[in-house]
Design a protein around this ligand. Structure first.
Ligand SMILES: Cc1cc2nc3c(=O)[nH]c(=O)nc-3n(C[C@H](O)[C@H](O)[C@H](O)COP(=O)(O)O)c2cc1C
Length: 222
């Protein structure tokens, strides 16, 4: 697939077919995606690919932890969004809930939707990107971001959909316990990966973007 087409067609996939993704295919995606640039070529990422029984156990433990309401990552910095950023967050929720037929005041269905994220959207596989804690810097976070997008784009070539999602790593101790992520590694981002179920309503969403004029300034082109 042409790069521009890949950038234009990638979107977050939140409903997957149950078909498993062969290990060799995910390995190919990762081999290409890890050509991603990184600051000083440090390649600070540790990659954990999870499927099958282990992923099912992680889903179950995540939901348990979510329901108990404790044990989430104090290590991970998350600030509430404000202003235009909060508005965009709310707009996204409205768009998804509309597609999914979830009423604004239906707390039960909204909670169930949130749980899907903590279950990696029931995808057949998940990828967790971690950093050695000694590499926890803005540069390394940027490197993880570049790798995330590279994985999403490479996946398209194999007919795979992805959703980058921090919900999947908000209970890092569960990942440490069940997926062997060592204490000195900090899970930074998760990705659901699998074959998209195009009949799943939320997969129809095409999210808007701010017009370039509103966030880009040009100098010296006159
Ligand atoms: C760093 C990051 C974290 C994200 N976390 C979540 C998440 O926890 N749950 C979710 O449903 N989507 C998550 N997303 C997906 C975004 O909501 C999505 O990228 C955005 O709405 C734009 O839509 P698009 O990916 O379809 O273009 C995340 C995306 C990024 C880049």
């Amino acid at each position: 697939m042409d790069v521009l087409k890949a950038l234009q067609t990638r979107k977050s996939i939140r409903g997957y077919k149950p078909d498993p993704v062969p290990k060799e295919i995910i390995a190919k995606v990762l081999e290409v995606a890890t050509r991603a640039p990184s600051a000083l070529n440090t390649q600070p990422w540790q990659i954990t690919v999870i499927s099958g029984k282990v992923l099912d156990e992680i889903r179950q433990e995540n939901i348990k932890a979510l329901n108990v309401g404790t044990g989430s990552a104090q290590e991970i910095i998350r600030k509430p969004f404000e202003g235009i950023y909060r508005k965009r967050q709310v707009d996204l929720a409205i768009q998804i809930f509309q597609l999914m037929g979830i009423a604004r005041d239906d707390k039960e269905k909204r909670a169930q939707w949130m749980m899907r994220g903590f279950r990696y959207f029931d995808a057949p596989a998940a990828i967790v990107l971690s950093l050695d804690k000694s590499m926890d810097s803005t540069l390394a976070l940027c490197d993880i971001g570049v790798l995330c997008q590279s994985i999403c784009l490479a996946a398209l070539e194999f007919g795979l959909g992805t959703c980058i999602e921090d919900q999947g790593i908000l209970f890092p101790d569960i990942l440490r316990k069940l997926a062997g992520i060592p204490e000195f590694n900090l899970p930074i981002m998760g990705l659901a990966i699998g074959y998209p179920d195009w009949d799943f309503p939320a997969n129809k969403l095409v999210t808007p973007r701010e017009a370039l004029n509103n966030n880009t300034k040009w100098y010296g082109f006159e």
